[in-house]
Ligand binder design. Structure first.
Ligand code: SF4
Length: 431
């Protein structure tokens, strides 16, 4: 599954919270005017094993394209953006009428693209629409992804007043030459200035994204990035290994032999160093690629990893809802055209049968350090993991890749760096 956003993709990071004048001063999760939506359905019919519902909102614009990025993003176009924002308002209103939405949202995640590219008034309207149409849990997490260089005082005020409780900032590396080499539109100094503004605005739950395995990156450079991030003292850090996606400049250059990557051993050393340095600084690795101060784990990404239910809004956004995965039309113009006719802009629907849901619950859940709760799995599917996957569970336990402890199955420490190969056992046919 391709998760809607970066933090949930591969593995090391995320975090939020706001100033006394912001969401903390209001009823958390309430509307900016302090009220909450009137028509919250009864929570009783929501399955106890489902960690959702969550809402993902996609903002499909960036100032420039990073050379490694395969997200559904487009260069900023003011007319297209206006049509997209009007369509998004309509989509949020339609999604909120779904009869399956019988529990308040536990999380909202505005990702992209670059959400912080929107003007303050546009951010206000977007967040206002979420509060107006949806019922939010009192402690709902509301995260917005931001890029250094696009986050000024006006935008920070709009985010704070819109009830945002958590910001996720893309840094990737602290060396300007590496930032330039991957097509980022900011410097390390830009990031530091943004980070200061974020803290001054009162946000006290902040994630920083880093990438390792970059072209030409040395272990020393990676160590310097980790050290600098620890010094900034965020609540959450995501550390992803670089992935080369077809269609990106990095992939083309790699195929042409023009991209010098650090190599497998160096990448493994970088992966291990992140665990060592962030662990020593008090961050807990709660998912393969995500580290948090205790209690600051990403609520939103946990919904994904627990294979819970979420709705997606915006071009290309995926929903996992009522037994199917569905994806919206990718291009903002096609997306807006459907909504102009008052139709949900869905162009891909994939039914998720019980077998697939069990596989995904194992593959996603084992990414978490806490592993898969066997009793919860059995309440959801009527079978324990060992009954559903007898050969895989027996073999992986026997070979030491899985550990069973306290009613949970989790990856052994030796399995974490090679998690993808271990998790593949849950999609292969049972013997
Ligand atoms: S800013 Fe983020 S979404 Fe935009 S191109 Fe770069 S990596 Fe992709």
């Amino acid at each position: 599954m391709k998760a809607p956003r970066a933090e949930a993709r591969t593995g090391l990071g995320a975090g939020t919270n706001a100033a006394p004048a912001g969401p903390a001063a209001r009823k958390a999760g309430g509307r900016p005017d302090g009220s909450t939506r009137d028509a919250c359905g009864p929570a009783a019919s929501w399955p106890e094993w489902d960690a959702g519902p969550a809402l993902y909102v996609h903002v499909p614009y960036c100032r420039q394209r990073c050379y490694y990025c395969d997200f559904n993003t487009y260069l900023l176009d003011p007319e297209g953006k206006a049509r997209y924002l009007a369509a998004l308002q309509r989509e949020l209103a339609l999604l909120a009428t779904d009869p399956g939405l019988t529990r308040p949202l536990v999380s909202v995640y505005v990702g992209g693209g670059t959400p912080s590219i929107l003007e303050p008034a546009e951010l206000e309207r977007l967040l206002g629409a979420v509060h107006r149409h949806f019922c939010l849990a009192p402690d709902a997490e509301i995260t917005v992804e931001c890029n250094p260089g696009t986050l000024d005082e006006g935008r920070l005020a709009a985010l704070r007043d819109g009830g945002v409780t958590r910001l996720s900032l893309g840094l990737q590396a602290v060396q300007d030459e590496l930032l330039r080499a991957m097509g980022r539109d900011h410097t390390w100094a830009d990031f530091c200035a943004t980070y200061r503004r974020v803290r001054q605005a009162g946000f006290d739950n902040v994630n920083i994204d880093l990438i390792f395995g970059l072209p030409g990156q040395t272990l020393d450079q990676w160590e310097a990035s980790l050290r600098a991030v620890v010094d900034l003292d965020p609540e959450h850090v995501s550390c992803y290994g670089l992935e080369l996606h077809p269609g990106t400049p990095f992939h083309r250059w790699w195929e042409a032999g023009e991209l010098v990557l650090p190599g497998e051993d160096a990448e493994r050393a970088m992966f291990d160093l992140a665990y060592e340095r962030l662990g020593a600084a008090g961050f807990v690795r709660y998912e393969i690629s995500n580290f948090a101060r205790p209690g600051r784990e990403s609520v939103h990404n946990r919904v994904y990893w627990l294979n819970g239910s979420y709705l997606g809004a915006g071009p290309g956004a995926w929903s996992c809802w009522r037994g199917e995965r569905r994806r919206n039309r990718l291009h903002p113009a096609a997306y807006a055209a459907e909504l102009a006719e008052d139709r949900l802009p869905v162009d891909v629907r994939e039914p998720v049968d019980r077998r697939r849901a069990m596989e995904e619950t194992m593959i996603l859940g084992l990414r978490l350090a806490e592993g898969v709760d066997e009793a919860r799995f059995a309440r959801r599917f009527g079978l324990t993991p060992a009954e559903a996957f007898p050969a895989a569970v027996a073999r992986l336990l026997d070979e030491g890749w899985l550990v069973r402890e306290g009613g949970r199955l989790r990856l052994s420490p030796g399995a974490v760096p090679v998690a993808n190969s271990v998790l593949a056992y849950f999609v292969e046919p049972e013997e």
